[in-house]
Ligand binder design. Structure first.
Ligand SMILES: *[C@@H]1O[C@H](CO)[C@@H](O)[C@H](O)[C@H]1NC(C)=O
Ligand SMILES: *[C@@H]1O[C@H](CO)[C@@H](O)[C@H](O)[C@H]1NC(C)=O
Ligand SMILES: *[C@@H]1O[C@H](CO)[C@@H](O)[C@H](O)[C@H]1NC(C)=O
Length: 449
């Protein structure tokens, strides 16, 4: 019997002995030492969440895995339209068939699960953010790899959509155990956003970037990291920006590979008048293409009707896999090498296992907070702490002029690369690592103990 199960039973016992109320969740909320189990939360894996920090290994329910494989094997395919170029309006049938057949007959979740458990030190806990989310518990799954180096910098790695904590995998060993003392080492903490992978979905509506930031800060404090730096792309970069603004005493620096912003009204007027620079012109056009052509195909829908969408995506493994793959492929360098069927399926599992809704509704919550809209992203907070941005050519905000970037933060360093995309830890991890070392290794900005 895996250790996770024996721990799990003691938690069930603790809950059972005071369980007089009708709803365990309501009772847990009011109890000083909150204990929630994955089965109470309707999650198909073994886990217990309490205010303690508890070691965790992934152990997904066998009948859930069988049901998933069966559904993949029953996929109903959509025919291509003769004469239409592939990817014109969605993924081509041959790719859907390849992934479905791999998932149904070759994919071994158990091997993947064992690899992840062997690779990562994982934990669960519960935090609260009283000023922004009342006493509602926020159960979290996270990875924590401390560095043996005395002078290591605590680093909060925040993943994005449709990613997961697995984004940190290509970096984590080099961050904690760098090759020599001329580059900084890091104590790495990589939480799963609520509703992603093994962090349960929020227990009430409205958990956006501000609450997530508050929750991750509580996690860092609980781990003993009073001050720390953050790193991330996609939603992870947005949450990092919000955290930097909300928590100036805790966040001492930010490395972002998704420093999104829109053109200001004055920029657009100069664009129309033909007085922008070449760089500004190129960026405005890239940004407009994203806001008007790409964002509505997923972002607008996710932010306005996530529940409707998740009825379909939570019931079809291939539907979910293609919902994410169709967006990932064009923003990935050497996409065919990165997006092999096994990785497509594993990334899909990180949303499939917890249920899909919360992974989409995050966009609704960010929209309610004003960080995104029908016209893309607009992160209005200003970051005073030192910021570095890494710009990869296949990302959607590629080519943002430095002067513009500095309107929204104390951007000290911009590192522009010739290769790489929206998930650079996946397609160009060595560049992300180098940028991380370069920026946080600047001892004038980040003094080491
Ligand atoms: C797995 O899930 C099924 C269906 O919900 C349930 O009947 C079964 O007891 C679970 N198995 C374990 C080992 O928890
Ligand atoms: C998780 O699994 C790994 C082996 O894959 C093992 O070394 C570790 O002790 C396990 N941890 C827990 C908390 O069960
Ligand atoms: C230390 O490692 C970094 C990163 O690999 C490398 O660039 C640097 O040259 C190394 N420095 C020494 C003194 O070996």
């Amino acid at each position: 019997m895996p250790a996770a199960i024996s721990w799990h039973s003691s938690a069930v016992l603790a809950l059972c002995c005071s369980a007089a109320l009708a709803s365990p969740l309501v009772e847990a909320r009011n109890s000083p030492d909150v204990i929630l189990t994955a089965s109470e939360l309707g999650l198909p894996f073994e886990a217990s969440f309490s205010t303690a920090i508890t070691p965790f290994n992934i152990s997904v329910n066998e009948s859930f895995i069988e049901m998933t494989t069966l559904k993949a094997s029953l996929t109903r395919f959509v025919d291509d339209t003769p004469g239409q170029a592939e990817f014109t309006d969605g993924p081509p049938k041959r790719i859907v068939q390849d992934v479905a057949s791999f998932w149904a007959s070759e994919y071994s979740w158990r091997d993947v699960e064992a690899d992840i458990n062997a690779k990562f030190k994982q934990y669960t806990t519960i935090v609260t953010v009283p000023d922004k989310f009342g006493d509602t518990p926020i159960p979290l799954h996270f990875v924590h790899h401390p560095s043996p180096r005395q002078d290591a910098i605590p680093l909060l790695f925040i993943h994005g959509w449709p990613g997961s904590f697995l984004e940190v995998e290509p970096l984590i060993d080099s961050l904690t155990h760098p090759p020599n003392s001329s580059v900084p080492a890091f104590h790495v903490v990589a939480p799963s956003l609520p509703g992603y992978a093994f962090s349960p979905s929020p227990l009430k509506a409205g958990l956006g970037a501000r609450v997530m930031g508050g929750a991750f800060n509580q996690l860092m404090q609980k781990l003993g990291y009073a001050t720390y730096v953050t790193q991330g792309g996609d939603f992870g970069a947005i949450i990092g920006r919000v955290m930097a603004a909300d928590l100036p005493d805790a966040v001492v620096g930010l490395h972002s590979y998704f420093w999104v912003m829109n053109a200001a009204q004055g920029d657009l007027e100069r664009y129309i008048a033909g007085t922008v620079t070449e760089e500004e012109k190129a960026f405005i056009e890239t940004n407009q293409r994203f806001n008007h052509r790409l964002w509505p195909t997923f972002g607008t829908l996710s932010s306005m009707r996530p529940r409707k969408l998740s009825v379909a995506l939570a019931d079809s493994p291939l539907g979910l896999a293609m919902w994410i793959y169709d967006l990932l492929a064009p923003v990935t360098y050497k996409s065919d090498e990165v997006w092999v069927p096994e990785r497509i399926v594993t990334w899909t599992m990180m949303q499939w296992i917890p249920g899909v809704y919360a992974t989409l509704a995050i966009a609704e919550n960010l929209a309610d907070e004003g960080f995104l809209s029908v016209a893309g992203f607009d992160i209005h907070t200003y970051v005073t702490q030192p910021v570095a941005i890494s710009d990869f050519p296949l990302d959607i905000w590629h080519g943002l002029p430095l002067e513009w970037a500095q309107r929204r933060g104390n951007v000290k360093l911009r590192m522009t690369h010739d290769i790489g995309g929206h998930f650079p830890t996946l397609d160009v991890p060595e560049l992300v690592l180098q940028d991380t070392w370069t920026f946080f290794g600047d001892e004038e900005l980040f003094s080491r103990q």
